[in-house]
Design a protein around this ligand. Sequence first.
Ligand code: DHB
Length: 374
Amino acid sequence: MLGHLLRAEGIDCVILERQARDYVESRIRAGVLETVTTDIMRRLGIDARMDTEGLVEDGFNLADGDRLVRIDIKALTGRHVTVYGQTELTRDLIAAAPARDLEIIFEAGDLVPHEVDGSQPSVTFTKDGVAQTIRADFIAGCDGFHGPSRRAIPAALAREYHHEYPFGWLGILADVPPCHDELIYANGPRGFALASMRSPTRSRYYIQVAQGERLEDWPESRLWDELEARFNPLSRHGVTRGPALEMSIAPLRSYVFETMRHGRLFLAGDAAHIVPPTGAKGLNLAASDVAYLSDALIDFYRQGKDDGLLAYQDRALSRIWKAERFSWTLTRLMHSFPDQNRFERRMQIADLDYIASSEAAQTSIAENYVGLPL
Ligand code: DHB
């Protein structure tokens, strides 16, 4: 997305991707886009498939036991979210790259950034066994939580914050109609579950699993039994079973690495921060990071001004911390914590009861869910 934003202004850039194109295009990620994100795709003119296949959602539901609390995001904020998989968005960006002269080098291994605090940074990597070097004015580290960019920043300069949750999410994707017309985030005695979708014929579900649980512990039939038990009482259509297209377990963590700039290296997205998936903020935060960063780089090249680059970290962090707060709050509200005492459980129920009865509380949730302004 950053590459496209820069190329649209005639700025040269090259994308180095560690994985093969097939891997990137088949990895299943979250699927709820804020208007901040869809607006960028629109500005780039890479919106045709998103507009035909994306589902506009005017509301979503929080379930408290067997009660559905509908958050009417359209009525409360005048806005909406779009259900369109991150994988699809990535495919669209990759497909549009050649025509826009945006080079993507897939399977670029052993990547190391060099001299990022000097005037001429570079990256070295290997492609097809051959060592290569690229020199550039700037490096954008959009390489995820495990990528090499963050490690290029000296530990003495790092300001980082970390929080782990004692559970993970088990996800399943299947070609079956969704159980409900809108998303349902459910808390109950058996923990958290989420009913989501990708299209009128493709469902995405998640349930909370204990730390250390493995995919082998969850044959498909066991997962469908659990989803039926959780969503048949809550949903309009009931759960339809079908063969899994994908199943995976993801850990939950909150993480912020505040040192998002070091010299000519800028971090964006998961390279600098992780949110737990509750609320689907991960991709959307990456999109707002690159909106700020591309504005700053475009100003630099057009007008020779570096105030945008100097302000990048503070602008990005202000929105990141608010999304961290929202994801953490929604995670705490909707999950069973193994060490939770009876009082804490009662507080969750009281919180949901308050949300159910207060338009102010619902508005606060809705404005965070659709995405805070840039
Ligand atoms: C999805 C994932 C999320 O984390 C979420 O909050 C909503 C939807 C999804 O994959 O559909």
